[in-house]
Ligand binder design. Structure first.
Ligand code: HEM
Ligand code: NAG
Length: 304
């Protein structure tokens, strides 16, 4: 699916950012930090301030944006192919700052970085100049490139490799699960059937995720058992304590080739930060549309 069922609330807040900026033409063939310096010099400061106020109203927004940017980049390159649904009841900001200039793919990339920074994670310079695809769809993420939470380590490594990302990038990027939430359906089998899980942790998670599918399916749990609202390396410490929420989290530390990296990141926050940043920059570079390809979407919820 393109968006989790709980995305609607987040999208409502996100609309603040997206309606503030939209549409237009671009000419450069490469991403750069100063792509908008003449056409929309306030793009970074505007996204930042709109995002900050939106995050205070909806805490989960930052996590949702970071995940959306990941999905956008994996589905055909970072090109705004993840459409935001239009179920939002949001009716606020209508003033289109820099109207006709900034792409939705770039807004997502900037907002993802600002989300990480706002939650206490590292800063990096975001390159911009991406254009939006003309064929976006709400279900773009169904295309099979987004790894499911049931993935084996081998699956994860090969899906990231297919995008030009290494196993190390994959382990570092998975650290994004230091924030945000997952639905019961994403971790039910893990908390009832798996053995490489801390028993008391499994019991706690079972309380709000019933064994049988049905009414509890959309109940959510935080991905980082320790500090769910801080961007830190506790995700890796959880893995070492067998408290990874998703199967795809715990496989990073279960006796396989990535154990040593998990141990390293759990012990050294700085090395996590620097590898995460390097991998985010690499991910943001996946097959962007530039020059006259694609379009600048006027409304991030639909193609022009
Ligand atoms: C390694 C492969 C990955 C898998 C299998 C995976 C899987 C998932 C799943 C199943 C969820 C919960 C969805 C739900 O239950 O509604 C989730 C949430 C999340 N993912 Fe990943 N993910 C992966 C990598 C990434 C990457 C690379 C990023 C970003 C750099 C990321 C960022 C997030 C965030 C922030 C959330 C929480 C979203 C929210 O609270 O709304 N994930 N992921
Ligand atoms: C546990 O595994 C069995 C056998 O694969 C499966 O039928 C069952 O649905 C699983 N239980 C949960 C709660 O996922």
């Amino acid at each position: 699916m393109a968006l989790s069922s709980s995305a609607a609330i987040n999208i409502a807040a996100l609309a603040l950012v997206l309606l503030a900026l939209s549409g237009g033409t671009a000419t450069s063939a490469q991403l750069s930090q100063n792509f908008y310096s003449k056409t929309c010099p306030k793009v970074f400061s505007t996204v930042k301030s709109v995002l900050r106020s939106a995050i205070t109203k909806e805490r989960r927004l930052g996590a949702s944006l970071l995940r959306l940017h990941f999905h956008d980049c994996f589905v055909n390159g970072c090109d705004g192919s993840i459409l935001l649904d239009d179920t939002s009841s949001f009716t606020g900001e209508k003033t289109a700052l820099c109207h006709g200039v900034v792409s939705c793919a770039d807004i997502l990339a900037i907002a993802a970085r600002d989300s990480v920074v706002t939650l206490g994670g590292p800063f990096w310079d975001v390159k911009v100049g991406r254009r939006d695809s003309k064929t976006a769809s709400l279900s773009a993420a169904n295309s099979g490139v987004i790894p499911p939470p049931t993935s084996t380590l081998t699956n994860l490594i090969s899906r990231f490799r297919a995008q030009g990302l290494s196993a190390k990038d994959m382990v570092a990027l998975s650290g994004a699960h230091t924030i945000g939430k997952a639905r019961c359906t994403s971790f039910r089998n893990r908390i009832y059937n798996e053995t490489d899980i801390d028993v008391s942790f499994a019991k706690i998670r079972q309380r709000k995720c019933p064994r049988t599918s049905g009414s509890g399916d959309n109940n959510v749990a935080v991905l980082d058992f320790q500090t769910p609202n801080s961007f830190d390396n506790n995700y890796y410490k959880n893995l070492i304590n067998k408290r990874g929420l998703l199967h795809s989290d715990q496989v990073l530390f279960n006796g396989g080739s990535t154990d040593s990296l998990v141990r390293q990141y759990s012990q050294n926050d700085k090395s996590f930060d620097s590898d995460f940043v390097a991998a985010m920059i690499k991910m943001g570079d996946i097959k962007p549309l530039t020059g006259s390809k694609g379009e600048i979407r006027k409304n991030c919820r639909r193609v022009n």
